[in-house]
Design a protein around this ligand. Structure first.
Ligand code: AMP
Length: 195
């Protein structure tokens, strides 16, 4: 199974991806996590990415695509779940090419819908409770990340809609309910893959 979890920053993609990893033995490919690991290792790539991430802008497609290609070679497990990737149309098209070459097929793109106001109030709560360990996790950077999301990332929706891959889920509910909806969609796909 190859899944893309799609949605604005703070929508809960990471939390839902972690649950799916356990439930279906999938490998989570989070480009944000890969970049944070590179920063923690103190690598050259991490140093280049950090200031861009702290501003809430997008890291170059070249860096992102080379990280993703490396990880896709190892096909152990039952599939992949992309979280935070692709983030623009070029990345979406490049992902199709990479998957084609590897003779893999994208099954579904799950959009977790959360309104901007809700995301902003969630982040303000986290800041108030001092739960924000990330340097890009504050209301000001979030507003920039939301602008980038609406200007670039959302452009991939028509691309996947046309391919019949996009499903939408209301992310403004509890974690369990969102999980249940996602699993409902995935069980339909699993039946198709293995009737
Ligand atoms: P995330 O944890 O997915 O919210 O990502 C944190 C930050 O990493 C983003 O605000 C971007 O600066 C960068 N980033 C993560 N994934 C990508 C991507 N696919 N393309 C470009 N930049 C990315």
């Amino acid at each position: 199974m190859i899944i893309i979890l799609f949605g604005p920053p703070g929508a809960g993609k990471g939390t839902q991806a972690e649950r799916l990893v356990e439930r279906y033995n999938l490998k989570q490919l989070s480009t944000g996590d890969m970049l944070r690991e590179a920063i923690n290792r103190g690598s050259e790539l991490g140093k280049r990415a950090k200031s861009i991430m702290d501003r809430g802008e997008l890291v170059s497609d070249e860096i992102i695509l080379s990280m993703i290609s490396e990880k896709l070679i190892d096909t152990e497990g039952s599939g992949f779940i992309f979280d935070g990737f692709p983030r623009n149309l070029q990345q979406a098209k490049a992902l199709d090419e990479i998957l084609n070459k590897l003779e893999l097929k994208l099954d579904i793109v799950i959009e977790i819908i959360v309104k901007d106001e809700v995301l902003i109030s969630r982040i303000e709560n986290r800041v108030r409770e001092s739960k924000n360990a990330r340097s890009d996790d504050n209301a000001e950077v979030l507003k920039n990340r939301l602008n980038v999301y609406h200007q670039s990332t959302e452009m991939i929706k028509p691309y996947y809609l046309e391919k019949g891959k996009l499903v939408k889920i209301d992310g403004m509910r509890g974690i369990e309910e969102v999980s249940r909806d996602i699993e409902g969609h995935l069980s339909k796909i699993r039946k198709k893959l293995d009737p």
